[in-house]
Design a protein around this ligand. Sequence first.
Ligand code: AMP
Ligand code: ZN
Length: 473
Amino acid sequence: MSDIFLYNSLTKKKEKFEPINTLRVGMYTCGFTVYDYAHIGSCRKYVMDDLLKRVLVYNGYSVTHVQNVTDVGHLVSDANEGEDKMEKGARKYGKDPYEIARFFENYFYESMDKLNIIRPDIICRATEHITEQIQLIQKLIDKGFAYDTPEAVYFEADKFDKYGELFGQRLTDKKTARDNVIKGKYQKSPYDFVLWVKRIGIHKDHIMHWDSPWGDGFPGWHIECSAMSMKYLGEQFDIHTGGEDHLSVHHPNEIAQSEAATGKSPFVKYWVHHAFLMVNGQKMSKSLGNLFTIDDVVNKGFEPLALRYLYLTAHYRDPLNFTWGSLSSAQNALSNLRSQVFAAYSQNQRTVLSFEKDAKREDFARRFRDAINDDLAIPRALAVLWTVLKSNIPSEDKYDLTCEFDQVLGLGLSEIRAGIREEIPDEILELLKQRDKLRKSGNFSEADKIRQEIEIKGYIVNDAKEGSLVRKK
Ligand code: AMP
Ligand code: ZN
């Protein structure tokens, strides 16, 4: 197995990736707060997570990917201030918080599907893990790391020695410290953060609420990620990702409460943080109102996969400035790429490779792997793909390499066979997929029934060595 190097934000170094268990990787990615439409800024972060997972799988690891859905407790400020974003969203849309939570969760995962993001193995909602969060808070109180007050249960940051130095930050750099204001009347220090919010004051009418040993209320935002990641991946696991905005508050808080509760360090071995999608030099965000959704992309005549291509052109730790012009270039590049892959596939001229061409093909494969394993240098990997398509190796080898690389890039290039992606309706492709599955499992009689169904609908199926092809009659 080749070595993978990842930049670890915890140590601020590029490190060789060595999972806790040899071949199984536990990966947690902070999920979406479902109070409004997912925008293409946050989509960038989830495509980057998807690339990381695909790189691990490409290298032979089996990955358990867990992602939360924040559907309660994320206050308007990432620190302790303001109302719950869910309540705010519910008011904006004149609906119940549960209703908007499910609606925007669906919208989020539909956007993810359109971007060809592989769904996490476990998707867990904060509202469905209240017991786990209460148990964790209780553990922190029992161990003397948290205190109960009439307004909230707080984590006592001073009790956790490392708190001020996580991710190479100084305590005085933290936003809470800069403001130097104690937000809660009973909060001991500005760095203390909320674990359980009581249903009083501005939260007195909070619609989502539960009973707890500290009274009626709801969990703070940070505790959900510790409770759910540890439930599904264990007290220590390999990779945790998030947007770079989580470096200052959310992730230090996660580490503090998890390590304080378990007494084990490190909570997570590798922390990966993604840079933002920008618009005119500013972060694309709901608060600045400079955002676009996947629907906006489609309504302007672009494919979601063109957006994925655009994301692939920048390294995950570099900001990417979004313009419609850059999306248009990405769309052109993707269409061009498809026609080259299509040409490579249709030329179908397998020959015995000369020693020189064989060595060339091996070299391309090695260069691609070197790029992706070097802290996910995806733009470099994409350049290798273009070089392959322009090279003089036989067309079939170009096509094979493209399909192999696309396991990581996720641009749907392997579906281009005979123009499948462009000409055949989704309904037929779905039937074709089902038939392929049946054939692989040896269920040929059922597979034949599906072939007939496809033919009745006006298409012909051909079985080639790469899989099944379908064409209009
Ligand atoms: P939220 O739902 O606000 O917690 O955001 C979900 C994820 O998207 C977080 O990990 C954010 O860091 C990330 N995110 C939000 N805006 C952007 C952006 N403009 N570019 C990249 N990632 C973003
Ligand atoms: Zn989180």
